[in-house]
Design a protein around this ligand. Structure first.
Ligand SMILES: *Cc1c(COP(=O)(O)O)cnc(C)c1O
Length: 373
């Protein structure tokens, strides 16, 4: 029996799936810096700067803007467990995997779940949201801005207005949009928002930036019951990230370094330039796909720039194509989930992975594999 496991030796890949995206070397180097105490004065300064960068990224003045220790799903759970009390009516837009996941969490919190559905591949219709809001007093509306399972971008402004007219809170999933598409938390009056580091921010998976606005913070203060999750309780977490610096759990110090550097890279590029890059590379991909007779599942006006759901041509072997792209080109793309399994390939152009070179590599490799399969 050998005494030790073999050394780590992962093959470098071109990551063009639904996440994680490729991580710039600068971020990995930042993560290799010395680990210091989570209450070290140096670390406290890093936390303050990180919060300022997160506020600029979310385009918000919200004080309560912090990274949650956990992946994007922990961000989702944080927003919902802190706002929902048993019996609260929650209207959730469901048009893919992540609306389903939100619905599951609502039920686990003891909320009254009201689903507003759309076909997978289409955006949620604001009229349906209005109907659901008319039928009962609602605590919150939960909606996915960028549905990674279908490649659909959800317009938010009309839904935000309807939600606030009904006196409810708007909770938005921006895991696949933040850093790739405009996300304007204050302008769109989003009350609670979450994201993840591993998609358009191009930092490894492990942190979930969140932001709570005034109305959401007030709802948190008004709770009659304790937040059911100890780890994700924002009333305690804000005492660590705020002036008190009160110990809650040990912050994942080196992950925070990684996010810090990823946000610095984003600020150097500039948000507008970054969005334009994501849009241009998406458009180049769509044109190239058209050239080889392929198209996206969502309508052009509802298509994400960061995640492209490509319809699989009839006769192509879904799994075999993905396997050959990985084995012969070191290129990862994603398969379809749920009703879209075997119907779409999910091609991510997120953050550091959204480049012209990657678009051309994917188009060339796909055409080659389809011809030679
Ligand atoms: C990836 C993703 C999540 C979950 O993030 P994890 O990092 O996998 O926990 C949630 N919502 C959306 C829209 C996502 O794309």
């Amino acid at each position: 029996m050998s005494a030790t496991a073999p050394p780590l030796n992962p093959t470098p890949r071109v990551l063009m799936g639904p996440g994680p995206s490729n991580v710039p070397p600068r971020v990995l180097q930042a993560m290799a810096l010395p680990c210091i105490g989570h209450l070290d004065p140096d670390f406290l300064r890093i936390m303050d700067e990180l919060q300022k960068m997160l506020r600029r990224l979310f385009q918000t003045r919200n004080r309560l803007t912090i990274p949650i220790s956990g992946t994007g799903s922990a961000g989702m759970e944080t927003c919902l467990v802190n706002l929902i009390e048993p019996g609260d009516r929650c209207v959730i837009g469901v048009n893919g995997v992540f609306g389903e996941r939100m619905s599951d969490i609502v039920e686990r919190c003891g909320g009254e779940l009201v689903r507003v559905e759309a076909e997978w591949g289409r955006a949620i219709d604001p009229k349906q949201v209005r109907k659901a809001l008319r039928r009962g007093r609602t605590k919150l509306v939960g909606i996915v801005h960028a549905e990674t399972s279908t490649g659909v971008l959800q317009p938010l402004e009309e839904i935000s207005e309807l939600t606030h007219d009904a006196g409810a809170l708007l909770v938005v999933d921006t895991v696949t949009s933040l850093g790739g598409h405009p996300v304007c938390v204050d302008e769109w009056e989003i009350d609670a928002v979450y994201s993840g580091t591993q998609k358009c921010l191009s930092c490894p998976p492990g942190l979930a930036p969140i932001s709570f606005g005034k109305r959401a913070v007030a709802a948190l203060r008004r709770r009659k019951t304790k937040v059911p999750s100890w780890y994700l309780d924002l009333t305690m977490l804000q005492q660590y990230w705020g002036q008190e610096r009160k110990y809650h759990h040990t912050a994942p110090v080196n992950m925070i370094y990684g996010l810090y550097e990823a946000l610095r890279i984003i600020e150097e590029e500039g948000l507008e330039a970054r969005w334009a890059r994501h849009r241009d590379n998406h458009e180049a991909l769509v044109k190239g796909l058209r050239g080889i007779g392929l198209k996206l599942l969502p309508r052009p006006d509802e298509s994400l720039w960061s995640l492209n759901a490509v319809e699989i041509p009839s006769g192509a072997d879904d799994a075999a194509v993905r396997r050959r792209l990985l084995e012969e080109f070191n290129l990862e793309i994603g398969g379809g989930l749920g009703p879209l399994k075997g119907r779409v390939w999910r091609v991510g152009l997120m953050g550091h992975s959204s480049t012209k070179n990657n678009v051309l590599l994917f188009l060339g490799a796909l055409e080659y594999v389809l011809k030679t399969l």
